[in-house]
Design a protein around this ligand. Sequence first.
Ligand code: SF4
Length: 215
Amino acid sequence: MALKVNEIFYSIQGESSYAGRPCVFVRLTGCNLRCSYCDTQYAYDEGDLMEINDVLKRVATYKCPLVEVTGGEPLVQKETPYLIHGLLEAGHEVLLETNGSQDIGQVDKRCVKIMDIKCPTSGEGGKSDLKNLALLADTDEIKFVIGDRGDYEYAKKILDSMARTPSGVCLAHLSPVFGKMDPGLLAKWILADHLDVRLHMQIHKTIWHPEKRGV
Ligand code: SF4
């Protein structure tokens, strides 16, 4: 079974509660959304078909327990759940970064899902399927990329509604749009509202040049 792979690389995890850990990234080709701030447009079409077994062999060469399957949107390829299963069976901790527009119920429960809920300034607000929130476990995480106060209010409304659901216990990150949203202002809003979230910075953009690819 094969899928289209944009790139595989070894770096420092820059996002989520796993930030700072060495991680192998498997970036899959294709995305069904076109977010205004997207920094991986090269993953929309570029890539080569690879057998899942060959992806597993390549990942193994890095001798790294942590692997993230990302994109693009990984779940637009129907083979992705098989790749995730294979990585888990090989003994890896597996993270899946998803825009939440596809059914996450098809993904092995051992995989940590990081669902990026699209806010209005992305231009794709409302495209994340909020039915997926009910499928998240307390080990999964959600993220909102915040571009302005409207995005912040949008995130807050979803967080408020989640507080009444089982998935309300999962970790939530609010991340400022890089170079557009002032992190200090976002911090001020979070503190003023006493939100139980993490202010989330993309540390790979601090370590390396923000536009550097493959890090
Ligand atoms: S979902 Fe992710 S990869 Fe797709 S357009 Fe949005 S930011 Fe880019």
